[in-house]
Ligand binder design. Structure first.
Ligand code: ZN
Length: 404
């Protein structure tokens, strides 16, 4: 009689990326939700019977971690942001989000950090729970909930002042930030997301929204509950204040310069440049990539990305998915290569670097004994061609196979 341990798999392919390095001819052995061995195939000696998974011409990798998604949003060229926020019910948006979650997982992203429900309340908290309860399929999630904005600094904007318009995030100012942060924590936020600036300058330019003091309070209250705070920031001053206040990650950073890059490095901030969002929004406005000249906003992005790279800033992978379709998460990794990052660094960004940025480096982001069995198989070699990550053949999350 053969005895099979509960869901033991020996996963083999041509090569294995362990979260830091690529190894030829390595395999990984998993038992249930844990990895038990990783190394050269002939050196792995299973202690029980197991099922062999083998894909030729392929690469095994830790499940990718999407660092910046909005499961409650979908592409603005289908329905613009204002309409999604103002006209669609939270229920409708949540039903749609269940499809987004499924598409994200099947694209090889076994974990996702959601940066705000954009007007859908705490639907992200419910989505995360439904996934954890095995009601629907999707990645493991870290969620922000409503996110926080300074009064007057967020959209939808441009409506008659006599109307009360609901916002895409929760306003808070001054002493009220204590209560707002605590309330968001109480309702299920895994971290506090703040918009440190907004395009409310006199010329529609990005200018800081919160004062440094307000951001410090947000940080203090979040930290005392064991959570971090992260900041949307494009302007230099917005980034500077957020970093000095203790932000763990900076999102977007369009106007990052050498001084800000140095400050990020000094404060061990992880930078999420969200290259895809800028390219997609510019495309929605009519830009044809490869045909028309590159507009200044994209040149800016390329410049800030290069500056951060040269300064040795920790760069995470997160594309601001939702602006474009969930399941197309690979786009950000392709653009990171296109903008000058080496393929091995891009793979690290999507696995071990993101895991560290989210304090999960002892659970995910690596293929190591004891780590969670979140594993994917890519058809091809992403070090030779990053587009191969669009060909995900096999997905395992917590020891369960979701794509075969
Ligand atoms: Zn975002």
């Amino acid at each position: 009689m053969q005895v099979f341990s509960q869901n033991a798999y020996l996963i083999t392919a041509d090569r294995l990326f362990d979260g830091e390095q690529m190894h030829q001819g390595w395999s990984v052995l998993v038992e249930g939700s844990k990895i038990v061995a990783v190394g050269p195939t002939q050196q792995i000696v299973p202690s029980c019977n197991y099922i062999t998974i083998h894909y030729p011409n392929s690469t095994i990798s830790p499940g990718f971690i999407e660092g910046h998604t909005h499961m409650l949003l979908y592409p603005y060229n289908i329905t613009d942001w204002d309409t999604q926020v103002l006209k669609e019910t939270d229920a409708y948006r949540t039903i749609r989000a269940t499809i987004h979650a499924k598409n994200t997982l099947l694209a090889g992203f076994t974990t996702a950090r959601d940066l705000g429900s954009e007007g859908a309340g705490y639907s992200d908290v419910a989505l995360k729970k439904a996934i954890n309860d095995n009601m629907i399929i999707g990645p493991s999630m870290l969620v922000a909930g409503r996110a926080i904005v300074a009064t007057g600094s967020y959209g939808p904007k441009g409506y008659d002042d006599d109307q009360t318009i609901m916002l895409g995030a929760e306003p808070a100012d001054g002493n009220n930030v204590y209560k707002t942060v605590r309330d968001q924590i109480g309702k299920g936020a895994d971290f506090i997301k703040v918009y440190a600036d907004y395009r409310w300058g006199l010329k529609g330019d990005d200018q800081p929204s919160f004062t440094l003091e307000e951001l410090k309070i947000i940080n203090e209250v979040a930290k005392s509950s064991g959570r971090g705070f992260v900041a949307h920031a494009k302007s230099k001053e917005g980034m500077r204040r957020a970093i000095l206040a203790g932000a763990e990650t900076i999102e977007h950073g369009d106007f990052l310069d050498a001084d800000i890059a140095a400050l990020m490095k000094q404060h061990h901030v992880t930078f999420f440049p969200t290259l895809s969002a800028v390219e997609k929004i510019t495309e929605y406005k009519g830009w044809q990539k490869g045909i028309q000249t590159t507009p200044s906003n994209i040149l800016n992005k390329k410049r800030s990305f290069k500056l951060a790279l040269d300064a040795g800033v920790q760069i995470g992978m997160g594309g601001d998915v939702g602006v474009y379709a969930h399941g197309q998460n690979a786009l950000e990794m392709e653009l990171m290569v296109e903008y000058g990052m080496s393929p091995i660094e891009v793979l690290k960004a999507a696995t071990s670097v993101n895991a560290k940025a989210f304090h999960l480096e002892n659970e995910i982001g690596y293929l190591k004994p004891g780590w969670t069995s979140d594993i994917i198989i890519i058809n091809g070699n992403p070090l030779m061609d990053m587009h191969t990550i669009r060909n995900i053949q096999w997905v395992m999350k917590h020891g369960v196979i979701y794509k075969n």
